[in-house]
Write a protein that binds this ligand. Sequence first.
Ligand SMILES: Nc1ncnc2c1ncn2[C@@H]1O[C@H](COP(=O)(O)OP(=O)(O)OP(=O)(O)O)[C@@H](O)[C@H]1O
Ligand SMILES: [Mg+2]
Length: 478
Amino acid sequence: MAMMGQLWTNTGSALATLMFVYTIFKQFFPLFGPQLEPFLYRLFGRFYPYIQITFHEYSGEHFKRSEAYLGIQSYLSKDSSARAKKLKANTTKGSKSIVLSMDDKEEITDDFEGIRVWWQSKKEGATRQSFSFYPEANEKRYYMLRFHRRDREVIIERYLEHVMREGKTIEQKNRERKLYSNTPGQSHGNNSKWSHVTFEHPATFDTLAMEENKKEEIKSDLIKFSKSKDYYKKIGKAWKRGYLLFGPPGTGKSTMIAAMANFLEYDVYDLELTTVKDNTHLRRLLIETSAKSIIVIEDIDCSLNLTGQRKKKEEEEEDGDDKNTIEKKMMMKNEACGGERIIVFTTNFVDKLDPALIRKGRMDKHIEMSYCCFEAFKVLAKNYLDVEESEMFEEIKRLLEVEEIKMTPADVGENLLPKSEKEGGETCLKRLIEALKEEKEEAKKKVEEEEEEKQRKKEKVKEIEAEKEKKKKIEEEN
Ligand SMILES: Nc1ncnc2c1ncn2[C@@H]1O[C@H](COP(=O)(O)OP(=O)(O)OP(=O)(O)O)[C@@H](O)[C@H]1O
Ligand SMILES: [Mg+2]
């Protein structure tokens, strides 16, 4: 074995020397090169146990960077920063951060299923003095993969697929996400179109104030969805999932959507239905959405005519293919858009919605966003004040759980927010306690007022009854 190793090293260095001589030779007699090369490669092929594959940046006639090249670039960026000595920083279009990749002529190794391979980034310099569309005119970049002959099968059958898959994942992670909206300002004729800005909402499930088990349930539901491509295909259903978020203003419905988008790394389409003209328009907007996205329709109760009451009225008027039916179409079918989409509806008044629209099957999951509980408060205290323990927590817990004081996470957050640099955590917690107590007083007053109102109504009814009785008596007497 050692002998073999020695022999190979000798042969290897002999070949390297030969290659070096050949390179020099080529410099002086460029015309001989093309004729000699095939011969030399055939000769080397007998001793040289490696196979090389090149992946060019631009292939074919399209002036588009090859997907394989980009995939490899992302894949190698994964840990080339740790291994390559010379790095190149790139900012690619649509990428949120700088991508570090190995510099030209650097070589890095990669191990896969116990096999070692070598990657090199290369460029062919300017050979012709001609016009070119390529960036850095006439420079052609490519990656070269080198591996041992005996590993050919593993490389072709599994390794390359692994590289592309991993590369895609990294690309996806690096990609800058977008927030689309169909604002009327961007209208095209009468029909609004999607316009986008970078999606940079900071909300995450960690910062979301909500019971931990509820968060976990939603997170696992989302993960399950994102991995269920084959399952949806098997059962013959479109790869989509509908959520209905309901709860009072300030309980975090919009924040939850941002957290979902950040969690799945999806784009967000904020669909403003009031600017949608007709079904054709809606269909076009939906078709134009991309996979891995969340389509959001906020406040379906107020902007739209989806409440049971309105529906009846509408039927009476026999409205045709106008706005009133578009929303229903959206909720009932939304068949126009492709797969891997999450559709989220939000409402403040779930009871007002037409039950036919929200029954399970149309909306896969109903999520109630409610007033701040103690667990949710703790998340906010940690986020806003970096406080995880305090004597005042007991009192706050009592107010929220025993007294059942209702305050939205938005209001709790507002009270916890330091109003000046001098304000410490204790001051903010005290302010919250005061606010909660005030809330309690107000709630009490409200209940009393309601009670009074009820009493007044009762008396009124009694009066009317008495009046009726009186009339009846008079009539009988007559
Ligand atoms: N559950 C929550 N966790 C963390 N922050 C929250 C939560 N709920 C509300 N907030 C804070 O309050 C602000 C308003 O919340 P958000 O817009 O998500 O409420 P909403 O339920 O969408 O209200 P609306 O019904 O008015 O649209 C957010 O910017 C966020 O800072
Ligand atoms: Mg909202």
